[in-house]
Ligand binder design. Structure first.
Ligand SMILES: Nc1ncnc2c1ncn2[C@@H]1O[C@H](COP(=O)(O)OP(=O)(O)OP(=O)(O)O)[C@@H](O)[C@H]1O
Ligand SMILES: [Mg+2]
Length: 393
């Protein structure tokens, strides 16, 4: 695990409260030619897409040839990166300065799934699968499909990068899952679905003539035919059989991508909000990565609360507010309100700091960057530059 960092000390109201974690040296990570893949993970809504886009832009502007795979970026952000069409094609982001390049794409989950089908099955078989109603619905809504397809796409981008020399760094955003662990669990989930009992029953007729079926299975499929109707059962069987045929390919590629994620050129960046639940979740993920031998670059604590003024303590602000209020002079109401706001904010900042210290006590070697909450959403390249700048400290 990299600990390219240094311990920092705070000034202002948090003076005397040292950061317990080494600092995540983002620029060293981005500039290191050995860094080939950066994966931004974290639970829903914490800022994964923003962080991936910001890191990718910063890396490009520092000279790397970068492709960023985003998942469901907000519309305005996608527009500013020149990726309005969902077609799985990396496109150059306009107005990137410096010597590097940045291509961006949005993951089209359905298209990625279709491409897998087309690459695995004969043209007639592929057409049959793509037209199957179960395939059409499940390929875009099956639990874990987005996670699985993000992995699939990462594998493809990695191959393209090796073949064409077009990119030397791939930055990957991960889907808006409830838990960051879903990304790593998706291939396993797909395997257990395909190995499940219900699937085996459905597959039995497709795997061979009915006379090879056990009596028990034929009773079940006969019952299913009665309940579902022959056509629906046939559609389900076609779909499941298709998945089954492709499954060897699926599993092999998922394993390859898993191995890619374990290589030293990969760096996971775990994004979390400065909240107890989010940091607990981040801690689980950090432990899981260690268990999977996947390299962790560090933690980004995003949307950290900001003090209104660095040089004023909460107690000072509160004492001043009380003094002003005791004068009974209405004209000071706004000032005392601001002072109270500052005092409140100081408490919040101290609590977030305490949560980070607790995380650091359990994981003292995880380099950490703190990204303050900005006053507006991040929806253009300047916003991304600012985020990159702030994360890099
Ligand atoms: N530091 C920040 N300050 C202000 N706004 C932020 C910050 N980080 C992210 N945001 C905003 O928060 C929203 C959610 O961010 P983002 O889309 O990056 O999260 P996500 O983790 O990708 O979400 P999901 O899990 O839904 O994919 C966006 O509108 C983004 O502009
Ligand atoms: Mg996102």
């Amino acid at each position: 695990m990299s600990t390219r960092g240094r311990t920092t000390r705070r000034v202002g109201p948090l003076a005397g409260m040292p950061e317990a974690s080494p600092r995540l040296d983002v620029d060293a990570l981005l500039d290191d030619p050995e860094t080939r893949i950066i994966v931004c993970t974290g639970s829903g809504g914490v800022g994964k897409t923003t962080t991936s886009a910001a890191l990718a832009l910063r890396a490009a502007e520092r000279g790397r040839k970068v492709v960023v795979l985003t998942i469901d970026p907000a519309r305005r952000l996608a527009q500013s990166m020149g990726i309005e069409t969902l077609d799985n094609t990396p496109r150059p982001v306009p107005e990137v300065s410096g010597s590097g390049t940045l291509d961006a794409m949005m993951l089209d989950m359905k298209r990625t799934f279709d491409e897998v089908v087309e690459s695995q099955a004969s043209p007639e078989k592929a057409a049959q699968i793509l037209a199957n109603p179960f395939y059409q619905v499940l390929s875009s809504s099956f639990a874990g499909t987005q996670e699985y397809m993000a992995m699939e796409k990462l594998g493809q981008l990695h191959k393209d990068a090796a073949r064409t020399d077009r990119w030397d760094l791939i930055v990957v955003d991960t889907p808006p899952s409830r838990s960051a662990l879903d990304f790593l669990d998706a291939p396993e989930r797909l395997s257990s679905f395909l190995d499940g009992r219900f699937i085996r029953i459905l597959l039995a007729p497709a795997r061979g003539p009915a006379r090879f079926m056990t009596a028990g299975l034929s009773v079940v499929t006969n019952a299913l035919t009665k309940v579902l109707g022959a056509q629906i059962l046939q559609d389900m069987q076609t779909f499941v059989a298709a998945l089954d045929t492709m499954f060897g390919g699926f599993r092999a590629r998922a394993q390859q991508t898993f191995a890619l994620l374990q290589q030293p050129g990969t760096a996971f960046v775990v994004v979390a909000a400065p909240e107890a639940d989010a940091l607990r979740e981040a801690a689980f993920f950090v432990e899981r990565l260690a268990g999977e031998q996947m390299p962790l670059a560090g933690l980004v604590v995003n949307r950290a609360s900001r003090l209104l003024h660095e040089g004023l303590s909460g107690e000072q602000a509160l004492a001043a507010a009380e003094r002003l209020e005791s004068t009974g002079d209405d004209s000071t109401a706004v000032t005392s309100g601001l002072l109270r706001l500052h005092a409140d904010r100081t408490r919040i900042v101290a609590r977030e700091h305490h949560l980070r210290q607790r995380f650091a006590a359990a994981h003292p070697h995880v380099p950490t960057a703190v990204m303050p909450a900005l006053s507006t959403d991040v929806h253009d390249l300047d916003g991304l530059r600012e985020v990159g700048e702030l994360i890099a400290g």
